[in-house]
Design a protein around this ligand. Structure first.
Ligand code: UD1
Length: 414
């Protein structure tokens, strides 16, 4: 039985038309995420779509990464909502993983027929979902298109090449990428140089990230002698390593870890470790080459550093904080090469090539491959002389997502 209040409000609503009727979404967009490096690219896009009430945006998570530390903590830090649809495919060989995503995502596409599928980056989930959508004639937008390492032994290079060929709209982070796409025959009217969505996230969250307590939890803060003076942090190097080319071959991994252990005699090397790398270290019997901390809280205060210090993968904000305060970063990740360029932190990339050459030509990045002597000598050079100073690449200004979303919205309007 409705109350009087309800009855009255119903009558008044009927008499006075709402001057601002809500816009009902008329278009439906899927944003696909699967693995850790996708989340910080999807978050600014999801946020920017909120400016377009006629577009309904859903997050589809393939489940390629599923551990809380690789997955949920990023949704929390980035303010991403729980995925609308979770496919739960998990790990496997490339064919198993790509195939499992395709089988599951196709069902959703047939059922829901979105107007566009947005994929980001170069992971197996990216190509799997792009393939599904394009075969159902649903346009695909690829964010971070055109990057090329020209190394087809990398699974990501295959994913990048194929995703770009079947995408209807291609968004690039740098002008090199536009050239790569043109050389591969992609018409120029499909290509839009918009900047870097990963940097949108970095710029949005960096100040909040610097407030996290990760440095004190790791014993990396020196407390000032008096209350008037600020605390300072101790110097350290930050390491990430997970590429199959570096961690799947026993001799290569042993050489890299041995070089890094020599670096750690001069400066502590903090290593939030990817699960596949920890698995490989255990399988090869290399536990004595690392100092593994499941919970490093407080333990490091008086450690004499002789080995790299591994710890579980860190959240987005804690990792940004660790990067921003480090003396030097050593990595084989793609995104970290870009983030260190923006933060002005010297970056040694433990790969022989990069799909992000702008981080070398304009940024703070140098490529050293996996040769132990080269890793060691470049690390020492940076410790002795401070390393490269870079400049900010064009359009890496924190506004890439709004440019992308405007172009997508225009392309969907009748
Ligand atoms: C994937 C991407 C890579 C990206 C990386 C970031 C591809 C081909 N590779 O590599 O480009 O740089 O993500 O992390 O898509 N595992 C877990 N828990 C998880 C996820 C993975 O334990 O939540 C372990 C499993 O043993 C799994 C292995 O890591 O087999 C590899 O995971 P997978 O998603 O196949 O590739 P990544 O190496 O993470």
């Amino acid at each position: 039985m409705p109350s009087d209040t309800h009855s009255k409000s119903n009558i008044s609503e009927a008499k006075i038309p709402n001057p601002h009727p809500p816009t009902l979404p008329t278009k439906k967009i899927f944003i696909v995420v699967g693995a850790r490096p996708n989340f910080m690219k999807a978050a600014p896009l999801y946020e920017a779509f909120k400016e377009y009430p006629d577009i309904q945006t859903s997050i589809i998570h393939t489940g390629q990464h599923y551990d809380a530390v690789m997955n949920k903590v990023f949704f929390d830090d980035l303010g991403l909502p729980k995925p609308d649809i979770y496919l739960g495919v998990g790990s496997g060989t490339h064919a198993q993983q790509t195939g499992a995503v395709m089988l599951e995502f196709e069902k959703i596409l047939i059922d829901q027929r979105p107007d566009m599928v947005v994929v980001v980056g170069d992971v197996n989930s990216t190509i799997a979902c792009a393939l599904d959508a394009s075969k159902l004639n649903i346009p695909v937008a690829h964010v971070e298109a055109g990057l090329r390492s020209f190394d087809r032994t990398m699974p990501e290079e295959i994913n990048r090449l194929l995703t770009d060929q079947i995408s209807a709209i291609l968004f690039t982070t740098c002008e090199d990428a536009d050239k790569n796409l043109s050389k591969e025959g992609i018409p120029s009217d499909k290509i839009h140089f918009v900047g870097n969505v990963m940097i949108d996230s970095l710029m949005k969250f960096i100040e909040r990230a610097k407030q996290t307590d990760i440095l004190s939890r790791l014993g990396m803060v020196s407390h000032a002698a008096s209350d008037d003076l600020p605390d300072t942090h101790k110097p350290y190097a930050l390491l990430t390593l997970h590429r199959p080319s570096n961690v799947d071959d026993k001799d290569t991994l042993e050489g890299i870890l041995s070089a890094l252990n020599l670096v750690s005699k001069r400066i502590p090397v903090l290593f939030p470790i990817h699960p596949r790398t920890l698995k490989q270290i255990r399988q090869f019997g290399f536990e004595d080459l690392i100092w593994h901390m499941d919970d490093p809280r407080g333990v490091l205060l008086d450690l004499s550093y002789q080995k790299v210090i591994t710890m579980p993968p860190q959240s987005y904000l804690d990792f940004l904080n660790l990067m921003a305060n480090s003396t030097l970063v050593l990595t084989d990740s793609g995104g970290i090469q870009e983030e260190t360029t923006i933060l002005g932190i010297p970056c040694i990339t433990i790969r022989k090539n990069t799909e992000r050459p702008i981080t070398v030509t304009e940024g703070t990045n140098i490529l050293v491959g996996s040769n132990p002597e080269k890793i060691l000598s470049e690390a020492y050079t940076i410790l002795d002389s401070g390393g490269k100073k870079g400049r900010l690449p064009k359009l890496w200004d924190g506004k890439a997502a709004s440019r992308i979303v405007k172009i997508i919205a225009d392309s969907l309007s009748p």
